[in-house]
Every structure is written in structure tokens, then in C-alpha cells.
Ligand binder design. Structure first.
Ligand SMILES: O=C(O)CCC(=O)C(=O)O
Length: 187
């Protein structure tokens, strides 16, 4: 993995990144559609985060720690759902959840590991660039940071998904992300 400054960084195994996952036209079209969605505040144990979300397929209740059915993944996300599925080498209907997150300037997402109900995570960035940071989940270790450009996508599986936590520091300009997740199947 090479950063924008051209320096190689040692990102956790299982993190993959694709620049230009979306064309500029696709990004514009998605930004128009996403801007009209009914974003809801993200609530975590009584705390209201600055970012807002819309959930499809499944929603996760952080109080009960359970997933429940949410509205179906909408048609306009289908082309990128299919593309994300091809990249992850799964069928598109194995992507069971889509979360669209709105980060107004000054919004972050704190350190977390995604809930264990899901397996692979594919995140697509719209609108502006941000950093994504990684640090080990249960041990000490340095923070590794990568730039997520608008129109890019990243995938988290394996070590990057399970042994690391990630965060996005406060964004400077409005950013949206579309996060697709597959269900975890216990082996
Ligand atoms: O905005 C992003 O790309 C990260 C989203 C994320 O980490 C999450 O929703 O759990």
C-alpha cells in the first residue's frame, strides 16, 4: 500500500484499497441520491454521535446487541453492491447490510471493531477525503493511517477486520461513506 505522499505504509493484512472504485459520474449520481435520504442520528448507549446514518438490510441495536431487519437495500445501490461483491468474491445477495453515513465537517467515527454478526466489510467514500486509522484491538501497537480518497473503496477482512480496530478522525469537509457487510457464518 502506498500513501498519497508516495511512502509505503505497513497496513494490516486483510486491508485492501482501490482508488477510482467509482467513476466521477457515479459519485455525482450517488451524492445526489444520498443527499435526499432521511439520515438519523447515530445513538450509542445514550450518546448521540455527530455522524448520521441510514441503514438497510440489517440494523444493529447497540443497547440489546442484536441485529434486526431494516428496509431492503435500495435499487440505486445495486450496481456498486454487485461490484463490491465481485471484489470480495461473494454473491451480491451475501452483502446483507448497507449503511450510509453522513459526516458533516467536524464529525469523526471513534475507535471500534465492527460488530461480530458481520464478516467482510467494504467501504466506499464519497464527497471528500478522510484518514482511516488502525491500531491493534487487544494489544499495544502503533497507529497506522491511510488516506481514503473520494470514489475509492476499501475492504476489511481477516486480520485487519478482527485483530485491529479502526477510526476516522474528524473530517474537514462533508463526506459520505457507503459500508457494505456480509454476514458472519460460524465455521
Ligand atoms: O466511514 C467509513 O468509511 C468507516 C465506517 C465505519 O467504520 C463503520 O461504520 O463502522
Amino acid at each position: 500500500m502506498i500513501t498519497k505522499a508516495g511512502r509505503p505504509v505497513d497496513l494490516p493484512k486483510g486491508f485492501e484499497y482501490r482508488q477510482d472504485f467509482l467513476s466521477p459520474e457515479e459519485e455525482q449520481d450517488l451524492l445526489t441520491k444520498v443527499a435526499g435520504l432521511d439520515f438519523q442520528p447515530f445513538e450509542f448507549q445514550g450518546y448521540i454521535a455527530k455522524r448520521r446514518i441510514v441503514e438497510y438490510g440489517y440494523e444493529y441495536d447497540f443497547s440489546s446487541r442484536r441485529t434486526s431487519a431494516a428496509p431492503a437495500i435500495p435499487e440505486f445501490l445495486n450496481p456498486i453492491r454487485v461490484r463490491a461483491a465481485e471484489w470480495a468474491a461473494v454473491r451480491s445477495n451475501e452483502i446483507v447490510e448497507a449503511v450510509i453515513t453522513e459526516y458533516m465537517p467536524g464529525s469523526p467515527i471513534g475507535w471500534h471493531r465492527d460488530v461480530p454478526q458481520f464478516e467482510a466489510i467494504i467501504g466506499i467514500s464519497l464527497g471528500s477525503a478522510s484518514r482511516m486509522r488502525f491500531k491493534p484491538y487487544k494489544s499495544e501497537g502503533k497507529i497506522i493511517s491511510v488516506v481514503l480518497d473520494p470514489r475509492s473503496a476499501y475492504m476489511l477482512r481477516g486480520i485487519a477486520r478482527w485483530n485491529f480496530q479502526h477510526s476516522i478522525p474528524t473530517v474537514k469537509r462533508l463526506r459520505y461513506s457507503i459500508t457494505f457487510r456480509t454476514l458472519r457464518t460460524k465455521k
